[in-house]
Structure formats: C-alpha cells, structure tokens
Ligand binder design. Structure first.
Ligand SMILES: NC(=O)c1ccc[n+]([C@@H]2O[C@H](COP(=O)([O-])OP(=O)(O)OC[C@H]3O[C@@H](n4cnc5c(N)ncnc54)[C@H](O)[C@@H]3O)[C@@H](O)[C@H]2O)c1
Length: 324
C-alpha cells in the first residue's frame, strides 16, 4: 500500500509547534491523509554543516530596501545581534535617520542600476571589509487596473528589474570574492506570492516566482563551494506596502506579522542558514496542497478572489489582506 501523502518532507519548523489547530483547507487536506503536526517532526539522522549556527556578531551585511518596512526592522535586528551594516535605499531621508540610529554606513542606491550596486560593494569593502552577507530586500507592489495582464509595461519591467535583476547584480558584485574565499551568504527577499500567488498582482507574483528560481539556481550551482543562499517568502507583514506606517505597531491581524516579528523569524532562520525561510509557517501547508492538488488549489484561489471582489469591488492590497 502507498504511504499517505503529507508534508513530512519539510524540515522541522520552530514555529510550527505554536500553530493554531488545523483550520485551513490545506491543513484539513493533510489531516485527512493522516498527517499530524507530530508526524512532521522527524529528527534528522545525519547532522550537516547547516546545523552549525551562523554567528551575526561582526558580520558585514549589505541590506537593500533598508529605509522602511521589513528592511528597517531587519536592520535593527541585525544590529542588535552584532552585525556591521551597510544600508541602501532610494529614500534618502529615512535611510539617513535609520543609519544615524544604528551607526551604520548608508548609501542611497537604486538597486536596478548595476553600476551603483558595484560601487556600493566597493565602498563597503574599502570602508568595512569583505562582504559576508548581501541581503536583497528592496521591492514594491503596484497592483493592476484590470485583467491579469493589464498592468502597463513599465510596471512589469520595474518588477523584473527590482525583484530579479537587482538580485543578479548583487550576485555579480559579491559572488566572485565569496567563491574565492570559500564562504559568503546571499539572501533574497521573495514572497509567498513567489511560491503560491498574489491575487490582484500578476507582475508581482510572476517576478517573485523568478526570484525564487534564481535563488534555487544559485544554491544548486554554488552550494558546494561554500556559498549559502536563502530565499525569504513571507505572507502579509504590516509595512507601508500594505498601508501601515507605524513600524513599532503590534500585528493588527492574526495572520499579519509585525515587521519586528518577521525580522526576528528571518534572522533566526538565517542563523540556521535555511534555504527556504517562511516567516508564516502555514505557507508550507499551502505549498504542499498546491503541489498535490493543483486543480483544487486553483479552484480555492478562484473562490477567494471572487469573495474579495464581491466584498471590496476591487483587489487593492491595503484592503484585501484584511479579508483573506
Ligand atoms: N509587506 C509584506 O506583506 C510583504 C510580504 C512578502 C514579501 N514582501 C517583500 O519584502 C520586501 C520589503 O517589503 P516591505 O513590505 O518592507 O515594503 P516597503 O515598501 O515598506 O519597503 C520597501 C523598501 O524598498 C525600497 N525600494 C524600492 N525600490 C527600490 C529600488 N529600486 N532601489 C532601492 N530601494 C528600493 C523602498 O524605498 C522601501 O524603503 C519587498 O521585497 C517585498 O516584496 C513584503
């Protein structure tokens, strides 16, 4: 008899233990196959190098999109853990405030301009030393006016440049030196939209899928050469992208993380040097459901989209996330 399909192939998750009882369709699906939270917890038989925790103390980190939202929370979290930071963003005043607060290096930089990324890396190498971690976090979401291909070309192009090419440029700027040293760590901010989808934003979802693909390619090509790679795929976090402007506020809704909580979970997972970082652990269940039942997953997403349209009349991220 075939063993029941479940999500036991996912690593043990430190947040999984704190999860709510099975409520979602995906969780019910897994439960119907006899897959319980306890059955996920399989000890690894062979310890591997990833179990040696990353030490943030003294690490030189370049972080993009650092001036607000998740980026600013990450900067504070990394600083608290002892890292030496070089912060980049387009928003010069907010960047300056944060850099002053943390005593960090600041560089106004458009991540879509390769020569700027090269210049940032050179300046960091001269001022601080070799780059240990390049965290590509900058991103944006613009939504779409109508059907799934209706966003203008400039939005599709910008999504490609910010969510994918910026990661490629960062990699070109630091990877040769990291490979020569036999160590280095690239962290790429994608999104749960890059594994599942974001209703109402095809350009965002498509480019974030590409970001996940590039991170996988890096890990496959260079994981044996001392390069660590992580791809971060959060669901909703209460940042300006979702219409929240108080970075210190508590999470407004149960499934929406505060930037601080998201940053803590990301830093914890980086200490374990996990490849796939899921600040919302339920995303693993949704991925398993999608992989095992793609037609049912699409039907559930269509139902959710119809419900949102009926309630809100449009698919605006700042409103929509409150009704998911
Ligand atoms: N907030 C969420 O719910 C959520 C969920 C999943 C993934 N993400 C991702 O997390 C990352 C951070 O998002 P956030 O919610 O903090 O958004 P945010 O809008 O609060 O912050 C994004 C930051 O990126 C900067 N930025 C944008 N384009 C840039 C460019 N070309 N060059 C340099 N800096 C640029 C902005 O100035 C801003 O400071 C993004 O990649 C986003 O896609 C966010």
């Amino acid at each position: 008899m075939r063993p029941p399909l479940c999500i036991a192939q996912f690593d043990i998750d430190p947040w999984r233990a704190k999860r709510q009882p099975c409520r979602t369709e995906a969780q019910a699906y897994n439960a119907s196959r006899g897959c319980t939270a306890a059955s996920h917890a399989r000890p690894r038989a062979v310890p591997d190098i990833r179990e040696i925790p990353l030490e943030f103390q003294g690490k030189i980190i370049i972080l993009t999109g650092a001036a607000g939202g998740i980026g600013a929370a990450l900067a504070r979290e990394f600083a608290q853990r002892g890292a030496r930071l070089a912060l980049c963003d387009l928003n010069a005043p907010a960047l300056n405030d944060l850099a002053q607060e943390l005593g960090a290096l600041q560089m106004v930089c458009d991540v879509t301009v390769e020569s700027r990324i090269q210049a940032v890396v050179k300046e960091v190498e001269v001022t601080l030393g070799p780059v240990d971690i390049f965290f590509s976090n900058a991103g944006f979401s613009a939504g779409e006016p109508g059907h799934a291909a209706s966003a203008p070309d400039r939005i599709w192009q910008a999504a490609w440049e910010v969510h994918v090419m910026a990661h490629v440029y960062a990699c070109r700027a630091v990877l040769p030196a990291m490979l020569a040293r036999g160590q280095g760590y690239l962290v790429q901010m994608a999104s749960a939209a890059g594994l599942l989808n974001q209703i109402g934003d095809a350009a965002y979802s498509t480019s974030k899928h590409a970001a996940v693909g590039f991170a996988e390619a890096l890990a496959i090509s260079h994981g044996h050469e001392g390069l660590k790679v992580s791809v971060v795929c959060p669901q909703y976090v209460a940042t300006p992208m979702l219409g929240y402007d108080d970075p210190g506020a508590a999470a407004p809704l149960p499934d929406v993380l505060s930037p601080k909580t998201a940053a803590q979970r990301i830093a914890d997972a980086m200490e374990e040097e996990r490849f796939l970082i899921l600040p919302h652990p339920q995303v693993a269940d949704y991925m398993a459901f999608k992989a095992m039942e793609p037609e049912k997953w699409l039907a559930a997403m269509r139902k959710l989209r119809a419900r949102l349209m009926a309630r809100l009349g449009k698919l605006d991220l700042a409103q929509m996330h409150k009704w998911m």
